[in-house]
Design a protein around this ligand. Structure first.
Ligand code: ADP
Ligand code: MG
Length: 592
């Protein structure tokens, strides 16, 4: 039995083996077809429009499909590319390719700037900012006449010397679309692609897993804009004429509709959606003699497709295909998870001094001290609402501390953002599970293994190996390739723990890992905690279950009303009169 390659990776490899040559063959055939069609006319124009638009729609596959960010300005980036190629050549005598590069760079720059607004804005507000950007560009194109030539547009835009012939130029567009489509398809399964999907599925968990959310979004916007710019530049060469109305807000909506119609999660969807939205009006052309009917049928067709295929046409087809796929079962790689526990540093892993978190007048955490020694399990207990989760949230950077300091492994992390604390060595799970629900168990845990600061993080093969080992450690390797949304509560908890373990943190924070588990799952959890601890990883655990706490924890800190009321060796703390009083609800000194 091989321990290096599981059947799942073998299946993926064989699929890739014939997949890439088949793809190249298909693209070559399309280019040959392009070269053979008439050099001018209807088919050529439709094909030129479809291929250049599809390149721009690929951008939405990245920013919206992978990263979950709305972009209603794709036509503006398309326009930047188109005007650069148009004006650069006709007004400034620059070479086509140089102009295309300038347009693409401009688009990237403005895309990154637009992405920068995600630092403070999300959802509807982000949509409004992208619309505003789109409107500003349209106004500039129309009104800055000396530079843009205004509403008249730019005429007689040349093509590159060897590709003056319309059908050769179409061949170029197809080749570019095919190449970029392939890259976007591969992007999904890269570290960046997984980071984008994690941000899309659960942003908070992404930050805590060590992903720089802001940088990821800015990158997604910039990449999306680059594709918009390339598409627009090729469009200008294709049609030799550009004018402001071709790059209006309405066109941005068309791009978005194309992406959603075909399926925003995949580049194949982008191509299908673009092709259909360009072809449907052509098919319905015969209806144009009856006013209104054409638009009504066109609109109804789009609405029906989106209504019955919420994941787009390709999403729907994939769903049908997946039903025929055999379940893939992986070979066990054995229990090979290595935990370094953050290395052999000082005796103290975490030192919290006078930590406070106030919500208005409510002192949720009030001057709490916490000292966690390397190795072993430290429990943080206290009645409901005593500030345990808030303490963890301040430790992992989701809340800013009102005052106090947090030192991890000798490093002051008090004012770092979540992903930087994770890099410094924190790993955690959440009281209410936060997995990336549309990703597989393996993908979830791979992002964990890609924690910046983990030694395996930069080597893709090591990341997969480590993620599999972490899943094996929680007895879930056989479900590695399943999407976690379908997992039971207990299995989801286990995946969340595996995700944190895969990052090889110095300190593992667990917020009520036993909540919602049945009694046999609790026994498994207890054994799991003991196995983690035995490998030298320090754990800070919050739990209500006193049996569990007394069995696994050597050290206990007790909170009540945000204040630290007892601390010490487990057995002593559980006998402490204040602790007993707090749990029985008779703590007159605090409750009064
Ligand atoms: P525990 O985890 O110990 O049950 P929490 O830390 O969740 O308790 O909550 C401590 C107190 O802080 C509670 O009174 C809770 O209502 C309050 N609290 C927690 N988060 C917030 C927040 N984001 N805004 C306002 N109050 C909060
Ligand atoms: Mg809590």
């Amino acid at each position: 039995m091989s321990t290096t390659a599981s059947p799942a990776t073998e299946v993926a490899r064989t699929r890739l083996n014939w997949g890439v040559p088949a793809y190249i063959l298909f693209v070559a055939a399309a280019i040959v077809f392009a070269v053979l069609i008439p050099k001018t006319g209807y088919i050529l124009n439709i094909s030129l429009q479809a291929t250049t638009y599809a390149i721009a729609v690929l951008g939405l596959t990245i920013v919206l499909g992978l990263c979950g960010q709305i972009n209603l300005a794709q036509a503006a980036f398309f326009g930047l590319g188109a005007y650069a190629v148009g004006l650069g050549q006709t007004e400034h005598g620059l070479n086509f390719w140089i102009c295309l590069m300038i347009g693409t760079s401009l688009a990237a720059l403005f895309g990154a700037l637009l992405g920068a607004s995600t630092l403070r804005l999300g959802g509807h507000y982000l949509a409004m900012v992208t619309i505003s950007f789109q409107q500003i560009l349209t106004l500039i194109l129309i009104n800055w006449i000396p530079v843009t030539k205004g509403p008249d547009g730019v005429r007689a835009i040349p093509r590159p010397a060897l590709l003056v012939d319309g059908s050769y130029y179409l061949g170029l567009c197809i080749a570019v679309l095919a190449g970029l489509g392939y890259l976007v398809w591969r992007l999904r399964d890269t570290r960046l692609g997984r980071a984008m999907r994690a941000v899309r599925d659960n942003e908070l968990a992404a930050g805590v897993a060590g992903i720089d959310i802001y940088r990821t979004k800015v990158t997604a916007f910039a990449l999306s804009a680059i594709l918009g710019g390339i598409g627009g530049g090729l469009f200008a060469g294709g049609f030799a004429y550009v004018s402001p109305d071709q790059f209006s807000f309405a066109e941005s909506v068309v791009f978005l509709t194309m992406a959603l119609l075909g399926g925003v999660a995949s580049p194949i969807g982008a191509v299908i959606g673009t092709g259909l939205l360009i072809l449907i009006p052509e098919w319905l052309r015969f209806l144009k003699s009856i006013p209104g009917l054409y638009l009504a049928i066109y609109g109804a067709a789009v609405i029906l497709i989106v209504l019955f295929m919420p994941d787009g046409i390709w999403g729907y087809l994939r769903g049908q295909l997946d039903r025929f796929k055999r379940a893939r079962h992986s070979v066990k790689t054995g229990d090979a998870l290595q935990l370094s526990g953050g290395g052999a540093g000082a005796e103290t892993v975490l030192e919290v001094r006078k930590l406070s978190k106030h919500f208005g007048g409510l002192k949720a955490v009030d001057e709490v001290d916490l000292l966690i020694k390397r190795g072993g399990v430290h429990a943080l207990i206290g009645p409901n609402g005593s500030g345990k989760t808030t303490t963890l949230n301040v430790l992992s950077g989701l809340y800013k501390a009102t005052s106090g300091s947090v030192i991890l492994n000798g490093q002051d992390i008090t004012s770092l953002p979540p992903h930087a604390r994770t890099k410094a060595g924190l790993g955690r799970t959440f009281q209410n599970i936060r997995l990336w629900r549309s990703m597989t168990a393996l993908e979830n845990v791979m992002v964990g293994a890609e924690r910046p600061g983990n030694t395996a993080a930069d080597d893709p093969a090591a990341v997969i190996a480590r993620a599999r080992a972490a899943l094996a450690f929680v007895d879930l390797e056989h479900r590695a390739d399943e999407v976690v949304a379908g997992f039971s509560y207990g299995h989801q908890r286990a995946v969340e723990i595996a995700r944190a373990l895969a990052g090889d943190p110095a300190l593992l924070l667990l917020d009520e890992p036993g909540a919602g588990l049945n009694s046999s799952e609790k026994v498994e959890l207890r054994n799991l905690l003991k196995r983690i601890s035995a490998r030298g990883l320090t754990i800070l655990i919050i739990d209500h279950d006193m049996t569990l706490v007394s069995e696994v924890a050597q050290h206990i800190t007790v909170l009540n009303f945000g204040r630290h009321i007892a601390d010490g060796v487990s057995a002593d703390v559980l006998q402490h009169p204040d602790v007993i009083a707090a749990y029985l609800g008779t703590a007159p000194d605090v409750a009064a």
